[in-house]
Design a protein around this ligand. Structure first.
Ligand code: FMN
Length: 227
């Protein structure tokens, strides 16, 4: 059964309804979820804004770098949340990551989630011999879908603020390092600065893109089922 994992990270707990009260990325996630759900699809939702993962610290890193068989009970406990988050990622075929632009980057709870799932021996490993310092991602054959929303416009490729986009680019960089080769993205730009007409147009384009992504996911699952 294919599993799709939704990571919500908007500080707004519910989706946008009127005038910047509510989240666009939650609305985008809901539309995608409703379009891809069906028999034989397992949907898992993780709201890192509602329940932020713990920040990593020295005790986390020491525990993670201790071979599993030698970990103390405290170290096992320290890694418990990370293990749960990693398991969700490993069990999922598609990861849908909501990525609101906050201060030119991603929301802090999303960064904390990433720090918890980048784990040696789980989501990446090192090579051997001459390649002992080379990182090899272990998340092969997964699809990562980014749902981005921003207050200003111009963050997309070729846009006037492209170089200021440290949000989805950071997420893509991490997952590329972890071995993901397939990314899809839908974005809703200018929600704080554009006119109602422009926002209506942007939303139509965003919905179209979500429909395309949903189709690709369904084709992917049909192919997986056939293989
Ligand atoms: C704390 C905070 C910081 C933000 N920083 C930026 C920013 O740097 N650039 C920008 O274009 N929009 C910024 N915005 C606007 C959000 O990107 C925009 O409202 C987006 O829709 C958030 O995603 P959401 O609708 O899913 O919550 C910020 C919003 C908040 C709440």
């Amino acid at each position: 059964m294919p599993q799709i994992l939704f990571i919500h990270s908007s500080a707004f707990a519910s989706e946008i309804r009127k005038e910047n009260q509510g989240s666009y990325t939650r609305k985008m996630a809901r539309i995608l979820r409703e379009t891809v759900r069906g028999r034989g699809v397992k949907i898992v939702e993780r709201d890192v804004a509602a329940k932020p993962p713990g920040m990593i610290d020295q005790s986390f890193l020491q525990a993670a770098r201790t071979p599993a068989a030698r970990r103390t009970p405290d170290q096992i406990e320290r890694l418990k949340e990370s293990e749960e988050l990693v398991s969700e990622v490993l069990a999922s075929d598609v990861l849908v990551i909501s990525c609101p632009v906050y201060n030119f980057g991603i929301p802090a709870p999303l960064k904390a989630w990433i720090d918890n799932i980048v784990r040696e021996g789980k989501t990446y490993t090192f090579g051997e011999g001459r390649n002992a310092k080379r990182v090899y991602g272990l998340l092969h054959n997964k699809l990562v879908v980014l749902l981005q929303s921003s207050g200003s416009s111009g963050f997309q490729t070729g846009g006037s603020r492209e170089t200021l986009n440290h949000a989805d680019k950071a997420v893509i960089a991490v997952f590329t390092e972890l071995g993901v080769h397939k990314f899809e993205k839908a974005s809703m730009e200018g929600v704080c600065e554009e006119s109602d007409e422009t926002l209506e147009r942007n939303w139509i384009l965003c919905e179209r893109r979500l429909a395309e992504i949903a189709d690709r996911i369904k084709v992917r699952w049909r192919d997986l089922h056939r293989a």
